[in-house]
Design a protein around this ligand. Structure first.
Ligand code: ARG
Length: 465
């Protein structure tokens, strides 16, 4: 943490001022408490900048060597936790630069030539986000692998599919799981697409208008692994749309995880009892000895709200900011960092939780049998025998009412009972009314037939590898 009694170090910009900032203002405006997290990226950016300055003959070979050595040593100090972060030096950029100058003398003072903290910080945040996106995409893929692993075991496990959380039509648990695989696949694509816009170089834009030095931005981009450069200096230093876009993509991932978690919570309630969640993902109550609470999925659900909040914070932060850089942008970091931390932690625990789901296939099947889940199949059966769908719908509604009155399912009715609703109904109707029949019949692409779901899983495995 920032030390309590910082050494008095004059801010590099203090020359034109008559008095220093007050202690309160210093604390209020400093970002070192959180932006030190950008240190590695700041050093990476500075190294590239120094090499470029040397390549265009602004920086001597000796000064470059001294800067490279100094920054490498600073990096070691930071990694070892030996670096002394000073509040007086405001932010990560000035802390590192000041240490560099203290270490190597005048060469350190050359580093900021043709650069401003405005293009420097924009570069740092982009480098940070690029690395974060790569980690998150890898974590999403791991979650997808875990979903496939579970889905593989349940292509023949039948559960009621729901609409309005009411029993609708039978599906396999596997099909249900693969729905989440698709959601996460889009999430990964969205992040990969966002990465393209994150991965552009702002450096070289200086404070806002560019610089009078003959810099080589292409070289900088290449050094830092950027796919291209920001084409307008005013835009480059000021807009944070790439971070907003990232937070939006992150919020969507969390939203998808929260949907799954909500189902885990409902399904492990004994009234559903579709699944049990291993004890290691649950906690007890300090007063009610019988309780087993699904805290992990509840917290993932809750943290979704937190990430949504960060997205709104950034949108609000950026809204109506006049060109170009404004100090407002310093406030982008904490929401971005916390979004990354919350999402990575949630993905990790989510994937682990998938391994703790124990499926109660009997309870799933029983529930599917209870809600007249094959009523649509009966209507389709009548249509295939020439009845218009609307009439079939009406006939089956009557049959459902009749079965309800008897307290049984459609498949439990005798043939003559069913025939009072339509003479088109024959003995072969019972194959249609079974859960297995209902699944098997939906064999088109995207359907829940076990053979089709197996094909979907095979395809999913291929896309992941
Ligand atoms: N700490 C600042 C930020 O995060 C760095 C840029 C400051 N630039 C300035 N002109 N005050 O945005």
């Amino acid at each position: 943490m920032t030390q309590e009694k910082p050494k008095a170090a004059a801010a590099p910009w203090s020359g034109r001022f008559n008095e220093p900032v007050t202690e309160l203002v210093k604390r209020y405006t400093a970002s070192i408490g959180f932006d030190r997290r950008l240190a590695e990226f700041d050093i990476e950016g500075s190294l590239a900048h120094a090499r470029m300055l040397h390549a265009v003959e602004i920086l001597s070979a000796e000064d470059l060597a001294a800067i490279e050595k100094g920054l490498a040593q600073i990096r070691e100090e930071i990694r070892a936790g030996r670096f002394e972060w000073l509040l007086d030096l405001e932010d990560v950029h000035m802390n590192i630069e000041s240490r560099l100058t203290a270490m190597i003398g005048d060469a350190g003072k050359q580093l900021h030539t043709a650069r401003s903290r405005n293009d420097q910080v924009a570069t740092d945040v982009r480098l940070f986000l690029r690395a974060a996106i790569d980690e998150i995409v890898a974590l999403i893929k791991t979650a997808q692998h875990a979903l496939i692993e579970l889905a593989d075991q349940h292509t023949d496990t039948i559960m009621p599919g729901f609409t309005h959380l009411q029993v609708a039509q039978p599906v396999s648990y596997s099909h249900h799981l693969m729905a989440y695989f698709e959601m996460l696949a889009r999430d990964a694509q969205r992040l990969a697409d966002c990465r393209k816009r994150v991965n552009r170089l702002p450096l070289g834009s200086a404070a806002l208008a560019g610089t009078t030095f003959p810099i080589d931005r292409m070289m900088l981009a290449k050094e830092l692994g950027f796919e291209g450069i920001c084409e307008n200096s005013l835009d480059a230093v000021s807009d944070r749309d790439f971070a907003i876009e990232f937070c939006a993509a992150a919020a969507l991932v969390m939203m998808h995880l929260s949907r799954f978690c909500e189902e885990v919570i409902i399904w492990m309630n004994p009234r559903f009892a579709f699944i049990d969640l291993a004890d290691r993902f649950c906690t007890g109550s300090s007063i009610m000895p019988q309780k087993k609470n699904p805290d992990v999925p509840e917290l993932i659900r809750a943290k979704t709200g937190r990430v949504n909040g960060h997205l709104v914070a950034l949108l609000t932060l950026m809204k109506a900011q006049p060109l170009a850089y404004n100090r407002d942008n310093q406030e982008d970091k904490e929401p971005v960092f916390d979004t990354v931390d919350t999402l990575t932690a949630s993905l990790r625990v989510f994937t682990e939780m998938l391994g703790g789901i124990k499926v109660n296939a009997e309870a799933m099947r029983k529930a599917a049998l209870e809600g007249h889940a094959t009523a649509t199949d009966l209507a389709d059966y009548l249509v295939k025998r020439g009845m218009p769908f609307r009439e079939a719908h009406e006939a089956v509604s009557q049959a459902v009412r009749f079965a309800e009155g008897r307290g049984c399912g459609l498949a439990d009715l005798k043939l003559p009972d069913l025939q009072q609703f339509s003479p088109l109904i024959g003995e072969d109707v019972f194959a249609v009314l079974t859960l297995e029949g209902a699944l098997k019949a939906r064999s088109h692409i995207g359907g829940t037939a076990p053979a089709r779901v197996k094909a979907a899983i095979a395809k999913a495995k291929k896309t992941l590898n």
